[in-house]
Design a protein around this ligand. Structure first.
Ligand code: FAD
Length: 594
């Protein structure tokens, strides 16, 4: 049996002491009432729900899974009731507009809520996680009629949302998709085709499911410029908005998966299903990116969720399990052996996990705070700068947090030795559950290519240079301070390494068409670790500001930060060399030699 305690102290540190989120957001229209007490109360309420209701269903949900029969899906025992409690608490519409019944709270708070929900129960959390993306997309692109008809019920959680992109022959390359949309005289469309791997495509949690579907109009150009987005409800609405006839969209089967078995994944058949265009014709992929950008940050959060859960359970086990003796002197002479937490290898796994998780959490809040600023700030140039930072950091939050999420879950399983491999202990579920986060919402290789091939060079490097300016500001502020030297020095070196490596990559790409893609994943990791070094410098600065506090939290924070700077950041040196090896080592063999 696993346990979960929401890391509220660290979350409050990030929100209030590190970034002063309320100080930055409360002057913005719509956030006037969002003070620190409101944020803390929301986090505490969510923590209770996660610890008492959602987490106790995590292992039973995994063992039971979803059941498919006659086109219907039944979620595991207890899920429906837990979901209803979740919806009744207003959690589905936390960031949605109050105009449609939402709470209008910031994304920077919501990402912490989502982290807790994901730690408690990753599968259950995905259902409302997709609804939120649907809400955001309809709010941005829907007609007034669509907003009035669908948003209130999605926000209340009575209905749930999905994203239907993938087809058997069209995954990363959505330009290949074939689902068709034919216009009707009444302004609706008939949607026909088969989508695969659709999360929450069919289930009994809610009375209606609202699918956002990518399809091609009859006159559509080929490729990704010929895709439109449609709203296709499972149950059609009557004139008065109440539920009417069943639409022709059905689940053909469900997938039997490696993990997240309580989150249903469906083959969805659209057989002249009635749908309505959302946004402009042929602009559906750009429209879907409204949802994907939200979901990419959400999925990054899922990586943090499982890393945190793994870390907590591995730490508890390491303090209890007695094996061997400490090399530097017996720790527990009254016991047959010392707890394994005395051993450097176990320490190293826990310290590595913690130093990454805390940096990721802070980066996630910072990026989501930029999203809040980009939505609400009255000054256009401030909005643009914040939006740039969201664009640059989205592939990093998504890919780095999920790659490390998987790595940390695996490493924490190792802390349990053979017991980690046994179901009852719950660690193998974490390894299985988190694995998908590296794949869906665009595989991490696709994220890395987005960073290297698109975001870095965008508008003459505006996004990248904007972030470098932020780092330079930090360095100017802290350099010369003795207490900060173990942070500012390595950060300065890492940023110089990143700049030189980026320059090298741009030069190499002039001569080698494979250069960027060959470097992409290693470059994303190099970039991520450099970003974490910046985040750790900020966290150390905030912790040193409380040097006189009697709370051990700040001293611990500095130690974890020093671990990162001394034992994790040096990976960037190796990554730099690997990137500079270019594409030749991997491209040299002919295909037949494999
Ligand atoms: C459990 C689960 C839930 C899902 N939920 C949803 C959902 O709700 N809605 C939805 O629409 N989809 C969903 N998906 C689909 C998911 O988003 C895709 O599986 C994913 O985008 C990858 O597509 P693919 O599986 O077709 O792999 P492919 O695109 O075939 O990729 C195979 C491999 O090739 C690599 N690759 C592909 N193209 C390139 C390239 N140009 N350069 C370098 N490498 C490349 C990939 O990184 C990957 O490693 C889900 C999938 C799963 C398994």
């Amino acid at each position: 049996m696993t346990s979960y305690t929401a890391p509220l102290r660290d979350m409050r540190f990030v929100l209030h002491e590190l970034f002063d989120v309320t100080g930055k957001l409360s002057p913005l229209p719509g956030f006037e009432e969002v003070g620190a007490e409101v944020m803390d109360a929301v986090l505490e309420e969510c923590a209770k729900l996660c610890q008492e209701v959602l987490h106790p269903l995590n292992q039973s949900g995994d063992q039971e899974g979803c059941v498919f029969k006659d086109g219907n899906v039944t979620v595991p025992k207890g899920f429906k009731d837990a979901y209803q409690q979740y919806a009744a608490g207003g959690w589905c519409g936390l960031t949605a507009s109050p105009e449609y019944g939402g709470q209008g709270l910031p994304e920077s708070l919501d990402c912490l809520v989502a982290e807790m929900v994901g730690s408690a129960n990753l599968s259950l959390g995905l259902y409302p996680g997709l609804t939120q993306g649907t809400i955001i997309t309809l709010t941005a692109l829907g007609t007034d009629e669509q907003k009035n008809s669908y948003l209130p019920k999605l926000i209340s959680g009575e209905w749930q949302g999905t994203m239907c992109l993938t087809e058997a022959h069209a995954g990363s390359d959505l330009g290949l998709l074939r689902t068709k949309a034919a216009p009707n005289k009444d302004g609706s469309f008939n949607i026909s085709g088969t989508k695969i791997f659709i999360s929450s495509g069919e289930h009994d949690l809610t009375e209606n499911i609202i699918h956002l579907v990518l399809a091609r109009l009859e006159d559509a150009p080929e490729g990704s410029r010929g895709i439109s987005m449609f709203l296709v409800p499972k149950v059609l609405l009557k004139e008065d908005g109440s539920l009417g006839a069943r639409n022709n969209v059905t689940a053909g089967s469900i997938e039997h998966k490696m993990g997240m078995s309580a989150s249903v994944t469906c083959v969805m058949n659209f057989d002249n299903a009635k749908g309505w265009l959302v946004g402009q014709p042929h602009k559906g992929l750009a429209g879907m990116f409204v949802m994907m950008n939200k979901e990419r940050l959400f999925v990054g959060g899922q990586g943090i969720s499982i890393a945190e859960l793994s870390y907590q359970n591995a730490t508890a086990y390491a303090k209890e399990r007695l094996q061997g003796r400490a090399a530097d002197g017996v720790a527990c002479p009254d016991k047959a052996a010392d707890p394994i937490i005395v051993h450097p290898d176990i320490r190293n796994r826990l310290m590595f996990s913690r130093s990454i998780i805390e940096a990721e959490r802070a980066l996630s809040v910072w990026t989501n705070m930029q999203a809040d600023i980009s939505h609400k700030h009255p000054d256009k140039s401030v909005r643009q700068k914040a939006d740039d930072m969201v664009g640059l950091m989205t592939p990093i939050v998504k890919a780095a947090s999920t790659d490390f999420g998987s790595e940390i879950a695996n490493s924490c399983l190792q802390v349990f030795g053979g017991h980690g491999y046994i179901r009852e202990y719950g660690m193998e579920q974490m390894v299985r559950d988190v694995r998908i986060t590296q794949i869906y919402e665009g595989t991490n290789a696709i994220q890395a290519m987005d960073l290297v091939g698109r975001k870095l060079g965008l508008d003459n490097g505006r996004l990248y240079k904007g972030w470098l300016d932020e780092v330079e500001e930090t360095l100017i502020r802290v350099s010369g301070r003795n207490d900060m030297s173990e942070f500012s020095g390595p950060l300065r070196d890492a940023v110089e390494r990143l700049k030189e490596c980026t320059q090298w990559l741009f030069e190499d790409a002039k001569n080698d068409p494979n250069s960027r893609n060959a470097a992409a994943c290693d470059y994303l990791r190099l970039f991520s670790l450099t970003v974490f070094a910046w985040i750790w410098t900020l966290m150390a600065e905030a912790a040193f500001a409380k040097a006189n506090s009697s709370e051990a939290f700040y001293d611990t924070k500095i130690h974890v930060g020093l671990y990162f700077m001394r034992r994790v950041l040096p990976q960037t040196t190796g990554l730099d060399s690997i990137i500079r090896a270019g594409s030749e080592p991997m491209m040299a063999l002919t295909e037949v030699a494999f």
